[in-house]
Design a protein. Structure first.
Length: 125
């Protein structure tokens, strides 16, 4: 009878561990999807900001060429544009990383270059 209880307890423990693993996987997929959607929205806003600042740089340059503004105005517009472009690039990177995370979470099966090289040479980790 003791063997039966021990086996049953081990089965219950394995079932609970399996359920926890499944719940964790669903949470990771959900987090990756939410992150991807949020970053897409942020990227859209940043792209509009960059477009507006590019227009400001263009207009300030035209005003400078026409003699209506100092070059300081052009430099100031460019100084506002650069951080916005940098933020947009970072958001695009984060968006791509979110897609990679989603793919990995869903069981994506690729190997990095180091892993592919060592696998092709017969090395094992």
């Amino acid at each position: 009878m003791g063997q039966y209880r021990q086996t049953r307890a081990a089965r219950n423990e394995a079932e609970l561990q399996y359920r926890l693993t499944v719940l964790n996987a669903f949470r990771e997929v959900s987090d990756a999807l939410v992150s991807r959607a949020a970053l897409a929205e942020v990227r859209e806003h940043q792209a509009h900001e960059v477009t507006a600042l590019e227009t400001a740089v263009k207009l300030s340059s035209e005003r400078y060429v026409a003699g209506k503004a100092s070059y300081y105005e052009v430099l100031e517009a460019q100084q506002q544009l650069f951080p916005s472009e940098l933020n947009l690039a970072r958001t695009q990177r984060d968006q791509l990383l979110a897609v990679v995370t989603l793919y990995k979470t869903l069981g994506g099966g690729w190997r990095d270059e180091a892993g592919a090289e060592s696998a092709s040479s017969g090395d094992q980790h």
